[in-house]
Design a protein around this ligand. Structure first.
Ligand SMILES: [Zn+2]
Length: 318
């Protein structure tokens, strides 16, 4: 569980983890309620088994491989669910970054993109969670590739077996788990880009939650640009050499809004926002330049391209 930073219109947001530890409220709760959590978890399991027997609920089938969780982590995750029930929490959002088992973990894997896990359709919190997941999905999908792992391609995946989102039908609150990207993707590997990217996806998620909880607020918040990256003022030409990652990340974001990124014939999995001016961005720039009648700046952002970008994307105008 994690909070979406700066979410003023959500009544109360609560974070379970800091960078290094559980927050005190949760650390204390785990300590004082450990045995209760274990009991509660068993009771939920029995209750679900009973439901399966009475043929109300189908047994668990896992669509995607998941790491088995260390038992004490499992109890803490169950503890968060129990705590959420006891505190009448409306929504629990788990912030994850994805990976999968592969031979050489120091080499980037095959899959890229984000996915959102929601409780199985027969669980009590499934309908509400799916409604929230849909609005968050739309905001994220506008700027980020959806996972191309076979079981994740639908973007929103029903799961009955993930503790985090209420396995054994145990959570009352809407409970979603967002896998934002695979950990080896370029926007996470480069620290400078990572910083921009993490703020950006937090913002996109926040707007997506607002779409559900406060649609009018979402409209106001995302009036001209529904991204934290824009408006943006470019001061330098971008040539593919020694460019500022921030300039290129903003350029890629603007090109997405302009409808030219990813370039024709390529997917957003092949062309995520990387903060680097590579073949995807060059090709998109060519289309952009054609569209705005810019000549002689073939695939780099020269003075005329920068001027055009600044005219369209450097101010909040309506
Ligand atoms: Zn995960």
């Amino acid at each position: 569980m994690n909070q979406i930073s700066e979410a003023p219109s959500l009544v109360r947001s609560m974070s379970a983890l800091t960078k290094t530890a559980w927050t005190p409220e949760f650390a204390n709760y785990f300590k004082s309620s450990w045995n209760d959590i274990v009991e509660w978890q068993k009771a939920n399991k029995d209750a679900l088994r009973e439901l399966v027997k009475l043929d109300g609920i189908a047994p668990v089938v896992q669509p995607v491989y998941h790491n088995t969780v260390n038992p004490s982590v499992g109890i803490r995750l169950h503890g968060i669910n129990k705590w959420a029930n006891e505190n009448n929490i409306n929504i629990v959002v788990h912030v994850h970054f994805n990976d999968y088992p592969r031979k050489n973990a120091s080499v980037a894997g095959t899959y890229t993109g984000f996915s959102i896990y929601v409780p199985g359709g027969q669980f009590f919190n499934s309908t509400s969670t799916k409604a929230v997941a849909n609005t968050v999905f739309k905001r994220l999908a506008k700027y980020n590739p959806v996972s191309n792992l076979r079981g994740e391609r639908s973007g929103i995946i029903e799961e009955q077996d993930l503790i985090a989102i209420g396995s054994n039908n145990s959570v009352d609150a809407a409970s979603l788990l967002i896998e934002y990207a695979y950990i080896y993707e370029p926007q996470l590997v480069d620290p400078k880009v990572r910083e921009l990217y993490l703020k950006e996806i937090a913002y996109e998620t926040y707007i997506g939650l607002l779409d559900f909880f406060d649609p009018a607020g979402a409209l106001v918040e995302a009036k001209t640009f529904d991204t934290l990256t824009l408006p943006y003022k470019w001061n330098n030409q971008l040539t593919g050499k020694n460019d500022s990652p921030q300039d290129v990340f903003a350029l890629q974001t603007a090109l997405i809004l302009d409808g030219v990124y990813p370039p024709a014939g390529l997917s957003s999995n092949e062309c995520p926002r990387t903060g680097k001016l590579g073949p995807c961005t060059r090709s998109a720039l060519q289309t952009f330049q054609h569209k705005y009648d810019i000549n002689n700046e073939n695939g780099i952002a020269g003075p005329k391209t920068i001027e055009t970008l600044n005219r369209i994307y450097s101010a909040r105008t309506l």
